[in-house]
Design a protein around this ligand. Structure first.
Ligand code: C2E
Ligand code: MG
Ligand code: MG
Length: 637
């Protein structure tokens, strides 16, 4: 209050300057006064109160005429803006115009005032000293004062304090507290805005996911304090090599994300190279020279329609590809490789449910005596039919089960299922043959395996000789000492053992000699071409000889035609497994398959005795029997 006089009610009186305004208002408002002559005293009192309010208000009040020129301002407004009343009167009311959203705001202001006589919102005012002041502002059409030259009343509230709090909250919500970099939420918002921006059409942004390779080791060995220091310095170094319109944010932990606004043709790889090189110098942290490297995944955003999660996921996939490639490098997102990675992840996730949802089952493939074709055993082969992925080949899902640890429950399920099936065939009176079950390395080395097998055989009352375990050569040789011990326990339990896929691993003959196994299975890759490939024939022949010198039987896998069978018999191969005799079939097809093969074997011309062979190498007809020269000559071999 600049001047007061006392009233009967002891109320504050208007200022002199406001009195001057009042006089002017009175003069201009004579019509109103005239209309309300009986209440003139009351009206005057109201005016005095109004003026006191105007004068004392903490809110800045401005009266504007029809041309939006300032007619009057109150002291609070003067204080808020730092301008004198006399500097303002007769001039247009100015609001700061900041950015494109202000055009929208002014449009809304105009339409609200036209339609409702009132507008309210937030805006900025410039203080005389150049500061920008955030204000909450309302504009009201002065309808009742149409006879005065006042058109609008503007009321301003300085909301600097609230604004500051809001800024702090924003900072907390959008900044990473440790490094001060924008956080994930801020990055997402920024990229989303960029993609919405029409200028996206002219630029090609890239996002770059960065993950430190040895951060955990630093944290574990030097403590979290040093880990935090490292993250701060890494953030600073990486930021220093980016351009001002690029953005680096910390997603959490040791994960950072860079947005390269315009990656042009190959800016993204240049940036990645720069980032890798600034990290190469050691970091000085509390007297330690700390070395840290990073793996980076880059995704070039070519399609503005993709959502932010998808973009980040793609950069993440590329980053993991870089990690798999030996770390400290970057990889560009590769669609084909990534769809493969996605399928892998989806299959592993589906595989978790496969047992519970009854999606697994066994097929059985018959093994036969090489020269006669007489069935001597079966191999249980796991199958997985998924409602969405269909029949997933074992070569695809078994490695996934192995890498995810699921092979243990799945492998146990296989042994159970094979034993149950044997028990069922026994109950049905089907002549029983030993069933070979494939066992993966982790499963084989699991201490529980032998106990599981022994218990199962006891529960199903099956002879242990009906179960055979197939372990691949590479698995058997990965831990030879343990293999020897484990195989002995199995053999002591009466279970026989075959080494599968022989020839594909690196066997130590010394160890092989010590393994209590009864069969070697020669891998199909050596067997299938023995007719045309003399090397394959030589290898297969050598394996057969080697096995025989160790008193082992040999099973040749993947025999699809008679010529191969004939050559194998010639080399002295004991058993054969392949499509020539039977593909793997469902359990309920086994009785008829075995009957067919037995009937077929009875027709075989070649007797079962092993002889020094002089097989005819010419193709000898389509029937699956062998053409021993003696047989052709009609003699008894
Ligand atoms: P494997 O144990 O060497 O099984 C032989 C594979 O050769 C089987 O493939 C079989 O169908 C295929 N095969 C047999 N004869 C022929 C033929 O004449 N021509 C051709 N082209 N292929 C033939 P499958 O069933 O796809 O199984 C592939 C591999 O998956 C198996 O190789 C085995 O390593 C693994 N596997 C299958 N079932 C299980 C299981 O229950 N547990 C474990 N750990 N591995 C399994
Ligand atoms: Mg096998
Ligand atoms: Mg095999």
């Amino acid at each position: 209050m600049r001047s007061t006089d006392s009233s009967t009610h002891g109320e504050s009186e208007p200022t002199l300057e406001t009195d001057a305004y009042l006089n002017r208002a009175n003069r201009d408002c004579t019509d109103t006064e005239r209309r309300s002559q009986p209440q003139a005293g009351l009206s005057r009192k109201h005016l005095r109160l109004a003026l006191a309010l105007f004068d004392l208000s903490k809110e800045g009040i401005v009266f504007l005429d029809e041309n939006n020129l300032v007619q009057e301002v109150n002291p609070a407004y003067e204080e808020m803006t730092g301008y004198d009343r006399k500097d303002l009167i007769g001039r247009p009311l100015r609001l700061l115009s900041l950015g494109s959203q202000y055009a929208e705001m002014f449009k809304k202001m105009g339409s609200d005032i036209r339609e409702h006589g009132h507008w309210q919102g937030e805006a900025w005012k410039r203080h005389r000293d150049g500061r920008h002041i955030p204000v909450r502002m309302s504009l009201t059409l002065a309808r009742e004062q149409r006879d005065m030259d006042i058109n609008l009343v503007a009321v301003f509230n300085d909301i600097s304090l609230q604004h500051e709090t809001k800024q702090q909250l924003h900072q907390m919500a959008y900044r990473d507290a440790l490094t001060g970099l924008p956080n994930r939420a801020c990055f997402y918002q920024h990229v989303e805005r960029l993609l919405l921006d029409k200028s996206f059409l002219d630029i090609t942004p890239s996002i770059l996911m960065i993950d430190l390779d040895e951060f955990k080791e630093v944290n574990d060995s030097l403590g979290h304090g040093v880990g935090d220091l490292l993250l701060k310095q890494v953030a600073l170094r990486m930021k220093s090599c980016l351009r001002s319109n690029d953005m680096i944010s910390r997603f959490g932990g040791d994960e950072f994300m860079v947005l390269i606004e315009d990656s042009g043709r190959d800016n993204h790889t240049l940036v990645a190279d720069k980032l890798l090189s600034v990290l190469q110098r050691p970091f000085k942290l509390e007297g330690n020279d700390v070395h840290v490297r990073a793996s980076m995944g880059i995704y070039k955003i070519e399609d503005g329609a993709e959502n932010i999660e998808t973009l980040v996921q793609k950069a993440d996939i590329a980053m993991y590809q870089a990690k798999n490639q030996g770390k400290s490098c970057y990889r560009l997102y590769d669609r084909v490789e990534s769809s493969f990675a996605r399928r892998k992840a989806a299959l592993i996730s589906a595989l978790h449910q496969a047992i519970g949802l009854n999606q697994l089952y066994l097929n059985y493939q018959v093994q036969v005596q090489a020269f006669s074709g007489k069935p001597i055993g079966l191999e249980a082969l796991l199958r997985w039919t998924h409602p969405e992925f269909g029949n997933v080949p074992p070569d695809e899902f078994i490695p996934l089960a192995e890498s995810s640890g699921l092979i243990l429950p799945i492998g146990e399920w296989v042994i159970h299922a094979a034993c149950r099936q044997l028990a069922l065939w026994q109950a049905q009176g089907v002549p029983l043959l030993p069933v070979a079950v494939n066992v993966s390395a982790d499963q084989f080395y699991d201490d529980g395996l032998v106990a599981i097998i022994i218990k199962l055989l006891a529960d199903t009352r099956l002879s242990p000789s009906l179960l055979e375990i197939e372990i691949t050569e590479s698995a058997a040789m990965s831990n030879p000492e343990k293999t020897i011990a484990q195989l002995h326990t199995l053999r002591d339990a009466g279970v026989s053992i075959a080494i599968d896929d022989f020839g594909t691993g690196y066997s130590s003959l010394g160890y092989l000699k010590k393994l209590p196994v009864s069969k070697l299975k020669v891998d199909r890759s050596f067997v299938k071409d023995i007719v045309t490939d003399s090397d394959d024939l030589a290898i297969t022949s050598a394996v057969i000889k080697l096995a025989h010198t160790m008193n082992l039987k040999v099973v040749a896998e993947g025999v699809e035609d008679e010529q191969v069978q004939r050559l194998l018999v010639e080399q002295g191969c004991d058993f054969i497994q392949g499509y020539l005799f039977s593909k793997p079939v469902a359990a309920d097809k086994i009785p008829t398959t075995l009957r067919r093969l037995r009937d077929q074997a009875r027709e075989m011309v070649v007797p079962p005795a092993r002889r020094e062979p002089h097989w005819c190498l010419k193709p000898c007809g389509k029937k699956p029997y062998l053409t021993h020269p003696l047989a052709l000559a009609g003699g008894k071999p």
